[in-house]
Design a protein around this ligand. Structure first.
Ligand SMILES: [Zn+2]
Ligand SMILES: [Zn+2]
Length: 62
C-alpha cells in the first residue's frame, strides 16, 4: 500500500499516512483520492489544502 510521511497534528509527530479505500468516488473517473489517514491514530488529511477533516479513531475500544 502506498504511504507517505507527514506531521500528524493529533499524534504531534511524524507518522506514516495511508490511503483507505475511497468511498467518495474520487477514483471513479480515474482521478486520485486526496484523502489520507494516519496509520497510527486515523486522523484524516485531504491533500491540496492538507487540512484535518476528521479525527476518527481506527481502534474500536470496547
Ligand atoms: Zn476519495
Ligand atoms: Zn496520527
Amino acid at each position: 500500500m502506498d504511504s507517505r510521511t507527514w506531521h500528524c497534528p493529533t499524534c504531534g509527530d511524524d507518522r506514516d499516512f495511508v490511503q483507505p479505500p475511497c468511498v467518495d468516488g474520487h477514483t471513479a473517473d480515474g482521478g486520485e483520492c486526496p484523502e489520507w489517514a494516519c496509520a497510527d491514530c486515523g486522523t484524516a488529511l485531504v491533500l491540496g489544502d492538507l487540512v484535518v477533516v476528521a479525527a476518527v479513531p481506527l481502534r474500536h475500544a470496547a
